[in-house]
Structure formats: structure tokens, C-alpha cells
Design a protein around this ligand. Structure first.
Ligand code: NAD
Length: 296
């Protein structure tokens, strides 16, 4: 079992931290929000009042923070992780951040004598709580091998995607595909319905035909066919429009950097940007169905 410093105890980090405690690790937990630290203490983590308390003596530091600027500040800021970490400490950043920020963080960690992996996740808060996240990991092979047992305690599928930043590449490319496929699925259901096919009939056919995809069969945006989907709960998230928008923006920035043609990704981003601007950022991302049908 490892001595772990966990930083970032929000919607995702709280469940992930609890699973590390449950697995028997010695976890010291820190967040800027004292209530989040108190909640972590309730599930058995050692509460840290300062970042330094969580990091000092840790063999592994795990972070789950909102965005790249937080990650760079937490690790490399004036009073950051590298000031307190002991030589040989492994850094595991599970936040979703820009590919470039992940590569910068990895290089700065390496320059300071530390190993680091980017390990963004797929699966929302339910998977974080249940310990069934998918991790997409970028970084050197030896760092991945050290991170793997700890990631196993928080997730179900752990993939090594290659060198530094490649975990973030896998994450944003996957979520760009998800954003596009969700809108395409909404358009197909709306078209079928307008032409006289009810949602269940279209689902029964298309889910066994070549249009089959995850957005349809696991998360159907039309109410009815998939009972657990947010479409049956007034599109309460789930995975909110603003979270999808964050990932589509990261994909757009990364694709611009390498000159990739992501025309449909850009169209999906524009659709989610419009939904968010109109005050629907908190709606589940499958709620784009309501826009496609002209209801919002
Ligand atoms: P969140 O805002 O709920 O949690 C972030 C936590 O980080 C907060 O508790 C905040 O107080 C803390 N924090 C911020 N700056 C800090 C600092 N300098 N020091 C210590 N703590 C600090 O966010 P979340 O929903 O848990 O998401 C975390 C990451 O996971 C994001 O990058 C997000 O894109 C990604 N993600 C989220 C989901 C989801 O469904 N929520 C799914 C997949 C990936």
C-alpha cells in the first residue's frame, strides 16, 4: 500500500480519494475548500490543512483539478508540490487539461527530477464513486507501471496511450467523437420521428444496423428506449453541456496547433457553445435533443 497525497476533492476527486482509502492506502487529502477536506476525513483520509501537509512524505501525489492553470499552479507555483515532494515521488494528474499543458507539466516535473503521468478519466461522478473509471494515461513506461496499481483502485479500464500528453489526446479525441455522435444521433431520431417512426421503433432497428453507436444504445437522447438515460429525467446531468463544451474547446485548441481538420468537431462545439450561451450549460449534453427539435 502506498502513502498518497490527494489534491482536489471536488465532484470527482472526493469519490476517487474515498476509493484509495477503501483500498487500504494511507491518504492525506487537501483541497482549497475546507468542507471538502472534512468530507474526505469522514471517509478515512488524513485531513491536510495545507498542500505541504498532503505532499510531504508521499510516495505518490494524485491531483484532480478543474483546468490546466490550476494543475500548473499546484505543482509548480511558489508553494507548489515540487517544493515539498521528496525525490522519487510520482505525480499522477487525473484532471482534464490541454495537451500542451500536460506536456509542459511532464517536462517541468522531469527537469525537477520527478516522474509524472497525465491520467484523465472517462466516466462521471457515478463511476468515480463506484471505482469504475476508465483512465487514459500518458507518460514514460516506468511511471505508468508505478501508477497502474493505484489507478486500478479507482478504475476498471487502465490504458497506456504513450508518451506525455497522450492521455489527454485520447480523452479529447474520444470526447470530440462523443459530442459529434450525440448530435448526429439526435438529428436521426428527430428526422425519423418527423417522418412517422416512433423513437422505440427507430431504436430497435438502428441499434442493430450500421447507425449503432454508444450515444444511442447506452445514453439514448430520445426518451424511452434506454430507461437510465438522462433523456428520461428531463435531461438532468449526467454529463453537463458545459463539461462537453470544455472538452470540445480543448479539442479545438489542440487541433489548431497541429492543423487537423475537425470540421464536425467545430460544428459540435458551436452547437454546445450556443446552448451554453442561452443558459443551458447545466443541462445534460444529450439535451441538445431539445435544441434539435426546436423546443429550446
Ligand atoms: P470540481 O470543480 O468539482 O472539483 C475541483 C476541486 O479542485 C474543487 O474542490 C476545488 O476546490 C479544488 N481546487 C481548485 N484549485 C485548487 C488548488 N489550487 N488547490 C487545491 N484544490 C483546488 O471539478 P470535478 O467535476 O471534480 O472535475 C475535476 C476534473 O475532472 C476536471 O478537469 C474535469 O474536466 C474532469 N472530469 C470531470 C468529470 C465529471 O463528470 N465531473 C468527468 C470526467 C472528467
Amino acid at each position: 500500500m502506498a502513502k498518497i497525497g490527494f489534491i482536489g476533492l471536488g465532484n470527482m476527486g472526493s469519490g476517487m480519494c474515498a476509493n484509495l482509502v477503501r483500498a487500504g492506502h494511507d491518504v492525506a487529502a487537501f483541497d482549497l475548500n475546507p468542507e471538502a477536506v472534512a468530507a474526505a476525513a469522514d471517509v478515512g483520509a488524513v485531513p491536510a490543512e495545507q498542500l505541504s501537509e498532503a505532499v510531504t512524505g508521499a510516495e505518490i501525489v494524485v491531483t484532480m483539478l478543474p483546468a490546466g492553470k490550476h494543475v500548473l499552479e499546484v505543482y509548480f507555483g511558489e508553494d507548489g508540490v515540487i517544493k515539498w515532494a521528496e525525490t522519487g515521488t510520482l505525480f499522477v494528474d487525473c484532471s482534464t487539461i490541454a495537451v500542451e499543458d500536460a506536456r509542459t507539466a511532464n517536462a517541468r516535473a522531469a527537469a525537477a527530477g520527478f516522474s509524472m503521468v497525465d491520467a484523465p478519466v472517462s466516466g462521471g461522478t457515478a463511476a468515480a464513486t463506484a471505482g469504475t473509471l476508465t483512465f487514459m494515461v500518458g507518460g514514460p513506461e516506468d511511471a505508468f507501471s508505478r501508477a497502474k496499481p493505484v489507478l486500478d483502485d479507482m478504475g476498471k479500464n487502465i490504458f497506456h496511450a504513450g508518451g506525455a500528453g497522450n492521455g489527454q489526446v485520447a480523452k479529447i479525441a474520444n470526447n470530440m467523437l462523443l459530442g459529434i455522435s450525440m448530435i448526429a444521433t439526435c438529428e436521426a431520431f428527430a428526422l425519423a420521428e418527423k417522418l412517422g417512426l416512433d423513437a422505440q421503433t427507430f431504436f430497435d432497428i438502428s441499434s442493430k444496423a450500421s447507425g449503432q453507436n454508444w450515444s444511442m444504445t447506452s445514453y439514448c437522447p430520445a426518451p424511452g428506449p434506454v430507461p437510465g438515460a438522462p433523456s428520461n429525467k428531463e435531461y438532468q446531468p449526467g454529463f453537463a453541456v458545459d463539461m462537453m463544451l470544455k472538452d470540445l474547446r480543448l479539442a479545438a485548441a489542440a487541433s489548431e496547433g497541429v492543423g487537423a481538420d475537425t470540421a464536425f468537431g467545430d460544428a459540435a462545439r458551436a452547437a454546445y457553445e450556443a446552448l451554453s450561451a442561452d443558459g443551458h450549460g447545466g443541462l445534460d449534453f444529450s439535451g441538445v435533443m431539445k435544441r434539435v427539435k426546436g423546443e429550446i
